[in-house]
Ligand binder design. Structure first.
Ligand SMILES: [Zn+2]
Ligand SMILES: [Zn+2]
Length: 249
């Protein structure tokens, strides 16, 4: 097996696992083709400044990263694979990681641990909510499919969402920093004191948001595979829109 076949094969298997990949020469991307040089084409969609370029090549560096095997195997990408030294993957919003193909552990790490694009999960029809179908031809064997709730939703993104919610509720910055675990926030910098009434106001605000979140979740589906959430949903459904009682434990 030649080195370039090896690189492309690793890229295809990473892509099949949901990691958008791109050929690299050394640890840097290939330059743009003549038509795309200097962004004369107007740039590519999904870059920072979205543009109309539909170039089939590996132009515009990371914007070209894909999980589509037809693109990866396309004639336009052929010369890049022949000259490629490594493969990069580019999970949306997670920055860029280069997979060193000389290092089997790095490739295994990418497959196991790398953040990946949200993609549909093929599942069996029952028992509800289905069991994920894995391996070759999984999509064909599946009887149903879980779909991502939202593109680009990450656990880190949820932290930002929570911070925004706290700001909306008017929670003082010092208390937000404490809650988010920011050691060097305004607590020490501004000597702001967090009082019991600030904490109480925050808890009240979040408590008001909670039943509305459960109602939003109920509108998606009445049950959950997560036992704790499932119990909360059933309790909420039974209370039929009544304010949620929070019992201190
Ligand atoms: Zn181009
Ligand atoms: Zn272009």
């Amino acid at each position: 097996m030649t080195q370039q076949t090896h690189i492309r094969r690793v890229a295809l298997s990473l892509a099949a696992d949901g990691l958008p990949v791109l050929p690299l020469r050394g640890k840097v991307p290939f330059g743009n083709c003549r038509a795309c040089a200097g962004n004369a084409c107007g740039g590519r969609p999904n870059m920072k400044n979205p543009g109309p370029c539909q170039c089939a090549g590996v132009c515009h560096a990371w914007a070209a990263a894909t999980t589509n095997p037809h693109v990866i195997n396309s004639p336009a990408w052929g010369p890049a694979w022949r000259a490629a030294a490594v493969v990069a993957y580019h999970p949306g919003g997670a920055g860029l990681t280069v997979v060193d193909l000389d290092n089997a552990a790095a490739v295994a790490w990418a497959r196991e641990k790398a953040p990946r694009e949200a993609h549909p999960v093929p599942v069996t029809a029952g028992p509800w909510p289905g069991v994920p179908v894995r391996g070759r031809g999984a999509a064909a064997r599946a009887e149903a499919c879980w779909l991502p709730i939202k593109d680009g939703l990450t656990r880190h993104g949820l932290r930002h969402g929570h911070r925004t919610l706290l700001e909306e509720l008017g929670v003082p910055k010092a208390l937000i920093d404490e809650r988010m675990g920011h050691e060097d926030g305004s607590v020490s910098a501004l000597c702001t004191h967090i009082t019991d009434s600030m904490r109480a106001a925050m808890v009240d605000g979040l408590t008001d948001v909670w039943p509305r979140s459960l109602d939003d979740r109920l509108a998606l589906a009445p049950r959950s595979a997560v036992p704790t959430l499932d119990a909360l949903l059933q309790e909420r459904a039974a209370s039929a829109g009544a304010p949620l009682k929070i019992t201190p434990s």
